[in-house]
Design a protein around this ligand. Structure first.
Ligand SMILES: [Zn+2]
Length: 204
């Protein structure tokens, strides 16, 4: 997310680092809101600020840190074709939300009777539930659209819930995205998503 990236950059210049509490994207507008916690000192461990490369040829997206800028490429057969790679960044590539803060918000929403208020057919309970799932640290920053998987697999789009369940059964992290209704957030490579989508369609 570019907004978190900008905040991360400014915080670093002042000797702080940020930790997102939650990030919310609404299509109408569109509006993007992020709440971040400003923390003292430099970030330890890996940087959450980097580049996302997308390969048009195979559909795979990958995250690269600043120190890996020279190594941006895709592992697919078309790696010799540099024009198939688009790179965006630098931007925030870390988690969008803090799971414990969102869980606390959900508990309060239930306690205060707000859980079933809804906007555009999505209840607060469902939105926060999706955000909790999105907080899985194994998940990459972006998402894969169902229609992209379906068109590459040359099958009709599998039901989103079935696809997510199948990916989880294969041992991958997978969940819905609060940003894209017909999209999956997963650490499964798109090539394997295609295989799973075909399996789901052939079983029917
Ligand atoms: Zn590729």
């Amino acid at each position: 997310m570019a907004e978190n990236g900008g905040a991360a950059r400014e915080a670093a210049m002042l000797g702080f680092h940020i930790e997102p509490v939650f990030s919310y994207y609404a299509y109408h507008g569109p509006i993007f809101r992020a709440m971040v916690r400003l923390c003292h000192g430099k970030e330890d461990g890996i940087s959450n600020y980097g580049f996302i490369c997308h390969c048009k040829s195979c559909g795979q997206s990958q995250t690269f840190g600043f120190d890996e800028l020279g190594q941006i490429s895709c592992g697919c057969a078309d790696r010799t074709d540099a024009t198939s790679i688009t790179v965006v960044g630098p931007l925030w590539t870390g988690p969008l939300h803090d799971r414990s803060s969102i869980t606390e918000m959900l508990n309060l929403a239930v306690e205060w009777g707000w859980a079933h208020t809804s906007e555009n057919g999505v209840t607060l309970e469902k939105l926060l539930g999706t955000m909790i799932e999105e907080s899985d640290p194994r998940l990459p920053p972006g998402y894969i659209r169902l229609d992209e998987i379906a068109s590459r697999a040359k099958v009709n789009s599998p039901p989103l819930g079935t696809l997510i369940h199948s990916l989880q059964k294969e041992g991958y992290a997978a969940c819905r995205s609060h940003i894209g209704a017909n999209a999956v957030k997963t650490n499964c490579p798109i090539s394997s998503c295609i295989v799973v989508a075909r399996e789901i369609r052939n079983l029917r």
